[in-house]
Design a protein around this ligand. Sequence first.
Ligand code: FAQ
Length: 316
Amino acid sequence: MNTTELERDFQNKIDNEIRIEPKDWMPDNYRQTLIRQISQHAHSEIVGMLPEGNWITRAPSLRRKVALLAKVQDEAGHGLYLYSATETLGIERDETIEDLNSGKAKYSSIFNYPTLTWADIGAIGWLVDGAAIMNQVPLCRCSYGPYARAMVRVCKEESFHQRQGYEIMLTLCRGSEAQKNMAQDALNRWWWPALMMFGPSDSDSPHTAQSMKWKIKRFTNDELRQKFVDITSPQADFLGISIPDDNLKWNEDEGHYDFGEPAWEEFYDVIRGNGPCNAERLNARKKAYNEGSWVREAALAYAKKKSNSENLVQVA
Ligand code: FAQ
């Protein structure tokens, strides 16, 4: 088959909801788009451990500490499945991690904000995991098999994270005045960055149209942002705290909430590396990578020794 026929065959499969698997032919741009998106997603999970890890030693009770530890470990697991899914596209894990450490690869803008109080851990679970689920449930139907399958388990775990975050918020909102204020302050600081997680407006999103055609994305950035606002606004009402948006109001005719425009300048500034914690996050990742080099060297040396001794046994 020539390239035109291969491309037609490939798009036919996608149109007929047949998954693309690693050994199938795929256009180079499809491969590159997936490498970009899945590796950015993997980096987000790993960098996303840092803001919450900051609170493990200061969790207010043993129960909270255990749940937070489990959550942070889950994020590490998500990162590992996603790095593995990226490798199925023919790129080495070392190269992807090098791209993160050098600042070349992006990770989600949200993780460049600081976690100042315990309520931030509640707000992250409620809003950040909530936004992550909204974006990731459709990815379970992504056209690329290894990514779609990895997302099934990730979404189940994110759903638990979202609930534990909301329960922290509920406890604070039903607590003392000071605790409720803390919850409100966390919502004030995390609301807009959570909306930015969905990416730029559709009109400014260079990748959405092609990714929709390839069924990597099933919804546009704006569609998912709208769904998130529609689901989250009543949850804030139930907590008794206010979303910091004067333009947020129920639109009876449209059957959804109208809401204000995120500060896109801030979003672009953060993804250019100038957010409040970008430097801190990258330094933490680089330090962990450097300090872990002896583990990687030991594992390689062991694998080599093992394979040498197996070869000797075979020769004998
Ligand atoms: N942050 O044309 P689009 C989590 C970039 S996981 C940084 O719209 P696309 C779990 C984009 O890469 C959170 N950069 O791009 C957790 C592109 O840059 P490039 C991560 C962003 O790919 C919870 C440019 O802007 N989730 O939270 C962002 O079609 C709690 C143009 O954008 C995923 O990665 C952003 N927010 O749509 C962990 C999900 N938005 O490469 C710990 C998978 C956009 O051209 C604790 N990814 N950019 O230079 C996706 O669904 C998509 O990649 C989007 C962006 C929707 C993020």
